[in-house]
Write a protein that binds this ligand. Structure first.
Ligand SMILES: Cc1ncc(COP(=O)(O)O)c(C=O)c1O
Length: 385
């Protein structure tokens, strides 16, 4: 079926987003922990406004994310900031509207703590020094990590000065990615408890970060045990800040086939999208899910992006029905880290943004335009369209 929409299109399915947020809310409530959303996974405005109904707050990484969240979330929502780069201007601009700030290093904390409003709760990011991710590009616990204070170092600092954490209300860690079980989370919690028990006794909250695909995990006992370990033994308020778990399933990218020709062992179908609309395809070298793909079906294609990069391809896919020029190809499970990382390499416009409401009706939210592209590359001659 060919849907009436401008492609490439980025479609947010409201029903799916609500279902996935409901599940996260339910798990957080059952565990008595606070649920934040990490907008780095998707900061699209319709996504933020739906998620706002389910969460206690947002875990931002920058001034722009904070400003965006500020526009869509009300007074009751709490604004958190954690980043290797926090500057004075951000702290001044947000003042006491920044509810939590988590410093990434001892030096960042020492330099900026006096700039933090008296009503903002201060945390430190720790590196649990327990790796679960094979690819060091995604491992916050890698050697010479830039993310957080190694807990062995924090333990030494506390041994030298028992009051080292004076003025610090909480600790934060984020050490996993796409995990489909909670065993690593529980192992990390026990490791932290064993290495820095004194630190846990001196704070009031802990943030467990993101990195777990809650929807794909059937057994949550280890998650509840992790929260209980911090809450019951140390009296801590526990936060989680998932990103991908909230939004992965709600986003699809709909594209149109613009050319088909013979390759060596199957045909090449050129689409009006590119890996730059879903950069993790190239980064992780994975083949994204495509609607209608059937293993070993008769019509086989390399689905290719439309830029000059030879490696701008999505992989080999097969379908029961042949593709023709004008066919639509839909990539599913594209809601996380696609729109937020997308760019316009080769001048290829970003996908048009649509929201599919509860009834299934589509609303166009935003369409890319030449003048936005031109402005983005510094052209001052372009009049707004
Ligand atoms: C500090 C922090 N919190 C939360 C997240 C969200 O992780 P995910 O999208 O894997 O749930 C990330 C992702 O990089 C992160 O760096």
């Amino acid at each position: 079926m060919v849907e009436e929409l401008d492609t490439p299109a980025y479609v947010i399915n409201e029903k799916v987003l609500q279902t996935d947020m409901r599940l996260l809310r339910q798990i957080a409530d059952q565990a008595s922990c606070k649920l934040l959303y990490s907008p780095k996974a998707s900061s699209l405005a319709p996504v933020l406004s739906t998620i706002n109904e389910f969460v206690e707050g947002f875990a931002c990484s920058s001034l722009f994310e904070l400003r965006l969240v500020d526009e869509s979330c009300g007074e009751a929502c709490s604004r958190h900031l954690v980043s290797p780069l926090i500057d004075q201007n951000t702290l001044s601009e947000f003042g006491d509207r920044l509810n939590y700030v988590t410093f990434n290093s001892v030096s960042q904390w020492r330099r900026l703590r006096k700039r933090v409003s008296g009503s903002t709760s201060i945390g430190l990011r720790i590196n649990p020094e327990l790796s679960f991710i094979r690819d060091p590009r995604y491992d916050p616990c890698r050697e010479n990590s830039k993310l957080g204070i190694p807990i062995s170092r924090l333990s030494e600092l506390m041994a030298e000065d028992r009051a080292f954490l004076r003025g610090v209300d909480g600790l934060h860690f984020h050490s996993n990615c796409e995990s489909t079980d909670f065993a690593s989370l529980l192992a990390t919690a026990r490791h932290i408890r064993d290495v820095i028990p004194e630190a846990l006794k001196s704070i009031s909250w802990i943030n467990l970060g993101g990195g777990y695909l809650f929807q794909s995990i059937e057994e949550s006992a280890e998650f509840f045990e992790t929260v209980a370990l911090f809450r019951d033994a140390f009296g801590l308020q526990v936060f989680i800040e998932p990103g991908a778990a909230a939004v992965r399933r709600c986003g699809t990218i709909v594209t149109t086939v613009h050319d088909i020709f013979e390759g060596e062992d199957c045909q090449i179908a050129v689409l009006d999208t590119s890996v730059n609309h879903m950069p993790e395809v190239l980064e992780f070298q994975f083949e994204p899910d495509v609607l209608g793909h059937v293993d070993d079906a008769v019509h086989c294609y390399v689905l290719a992006g439309c830029t000059c990069l030879a490696g701008d391809t999505f992989g080999q896919y097969s379908f029961d029905t042949a593709l023709t020029i004008g066919s639509q190809v839909t990539f599913t499970n594209m809601g996380a880290y696609s729109a937020s990382k997308a760019h316009r390499f080769n001048g290829v416009a970003l996908p048009t943004l649509y929201r599919r409401g509860d009834t299934g009706a589509l609303t166009k939210i935003w369409a890319d335009r030449f003048d936005e592209f031109a402005r983005n590359v510094g052209s001052s001659e372009v009049a707004p369209a």
